[in-house]
Design a protein around this ligand. Structure first.
Ligand code: NAD
Length: 437
């Protein structure tokens, strides 16, 4: 079991940043805590169980130096949070982002806890990151940053304690450097310490597109449940990275969606006649962005959310759908590939307006599910074919979707709350069985 002194003090709301009022719309950790509260109340969990579920079990926040190519040294701030490991080792990605904060990492770690529980894999929740702008770093600086991060967290991670993976602005190459650094420290091969690795280093077939594939499967089940035909359904994708770009590809391939808009950090594009994945992905690879894609008109990242489309896929960052714009969202279904795109208030507005939301920690659970398969294969030292991975992923996603849907119908609550009820109950049961509460 992980045994760390909690960095935060239970009872103190936040780490001294002085925000409270504005926080319900903008602080992802406060949003995560409030979402949990609703579930705890319905499940009638006791105070100790609630308090354990409300806070990370342990947090590590640190500064570390990195030698830059010009000979100077820069100090970066890193984080690793273990939210809850009652059901298994903490599991969660690493984000390299300028706006990374301890509270963002805490929220993402909490959502990982609910995510591994909703798909019923024997893992807990964790998350990590570094406050940095990876676009300003050279390849060698990025490698030293990645290795430096692992040297600091080496005592807190491990195949049986806490397993990182890629998230925003981290990728298989970064996972490879991190694996190598960890194995140098451990003096043995331990591929299960990190997932999202390149295939050549023990990565799994099907991990690359797993997040989007899982989301598209939940969308397929939604369409069946609602009696909708999604062939040609207009779709907007905010955030054209791993989750969003594969969301485009697989949405078109599997469901026949017509993607009419896409965006990234530099802006968005719109073409009512549809965008071809192959061409757009190639354009982004060559130019670094979707903007100026031939034949499409420019739109902003705010406008893309409010387009008159059937499906909206937020696939960038948290906090983009709030009470400011929830009234203007025209999509009938929101498939949340991103973590935490919707604020609490927006959730209620969307529900009242009849917008069907596939909540983030269900919709994007395909990534962690295949990460779990990757770890399983690493432990066996025997590897599966892509079709085996797809089959197992489909079984997990379909089961999880219908479990949440059944809960929503039985309890007459919206999907996010239903997903919380399923997950929180599972984590609470594990804590009770361990005798923690
Ligand atoms: P990524 O780094 O591959 O892509 C992120 C994309 O978002 C980039 O195209 C970037 O330009 C764009 N972006 C950044 N800021 C933006 C902004 N303000 N407006 C619009 N676009 C913006 O990251 P990813 O792995 O695809 O992650 C995207 C989301 O999916 C995150 O919320 C992440 O936590 C979530 N997620 C990812 C995985 C995974 O396996 N990669 C799993 C579950 C959830």
């Amino acid at each position: 079991m992980i045994n760390m002194t909690p960095y935060s003090t239970a009872g103190v709301e936040f780490s001294g940043n002085g925000y409270r009022e504005e926080a319900l719309e903008t602080n992802p950790f406060l949003i995560a805590q409030r979402q949990l509260e609703e579930a705890v109340e319905i499940l009638e969990l006791d105070d100790a169980t609630h308090e354990m579920l409300r806070w990370p079990k342990g947090e590590f926040k640190f500064a570390f130096p990195v030698k830059m190519d010009d000979g100077s040294t820069r100090v970066f701030h890193g984080y690793r949070v273990h939210y809850n490991d009652a059901r298994g080792p903490a599991k969660g990605g690493l984000r390299f982002h300028v706006k990374e904060t301890l509270d963002t990492v805490r929220a993402l770690a909490a959502w990982m806890t609910w995510k591994t529980a909703v798909v019923d894999i024997p893992l807990g929740g964790g998350k990590g990151g570094v406050t940095c702008n990876p676009k300003e770093l050279t390849r060698s600086e990025l490698e030293r940053l990645s290795r430096g991060y692992i040297r600091r967290v080496a005592d807190f991670i491990g195949p049986h304690s806490d397993v990182p993976a890629p998230d925003v602005y981290t990728n298989p190459q970064i996972m490879a450097w991190m694996l190598d650094e960890y194995e140098v420290i451990a003096r043995q091969h331990l591929p299960g310490v990190i997932t999202g690795k390149p295939i050549a280093l023990g990565g799994s077939q099907g991990r690359g597109d797993a997040t989007a594939r899982g989301g598209i499967l939940t969308l397929r089940e939604t369409a069946k449940a609602l009696g909708m035909d999604l062939q040609g359904a207009t779709t907007a994708v905010q955030g054209y990275g791993n989750a969003g770009s594969y969301g485009h590809k697989l949405g078109a391939e599997i469901l026949g969606l017509k993607i009419v808009a896409a965006s990234d950090s530099r802006g968005g594009i719109y073409n009512p006649h549809g965008l071809e994945h192959k061409d757009l992905a190639e354009w982004k690879r060559r130019t670094g962005s979707v903007v100026n894609f031939p034949g499409a008109e420019a739109i902003t990242n705010e406008e893309i959310l409010e387009l008159d489309v059937t499906i909206l896929m937020p696939a960038a960052l948290e906090g983009v759908i709030t009470h400011h714009n929830a009234d203007r969202i025209q999509a009938k279904i929101i498939a949340e590939l991103a973590n935490g795109p919707t604020s609490l208030e927006a959730d209620h507005i969307l529900h009242d307006r009849g917008v069907y939301v596939i909540p983030d920690f269900l919709c994007n659970a395909g990534g962690v599910t295949v990460s779990y398969f990757e770890q399983t294969q690493n432990a066996y030292n025997y590897y599966w074919s892509e079709s085996e991975v797809h089959q197992r992923l489909e079984a997990k996603m379909v089961t999880a979707y219908h479990c949440v849907r059944a809960m929503a119908e039985r309890m007459k609550v919206h999907n996010r709350l239903a997903a919380y009820l399923v997950s929180v109950q599972r984590v609470a049961t594990a804590m009770q069985l361990r005798g923690w509460v």
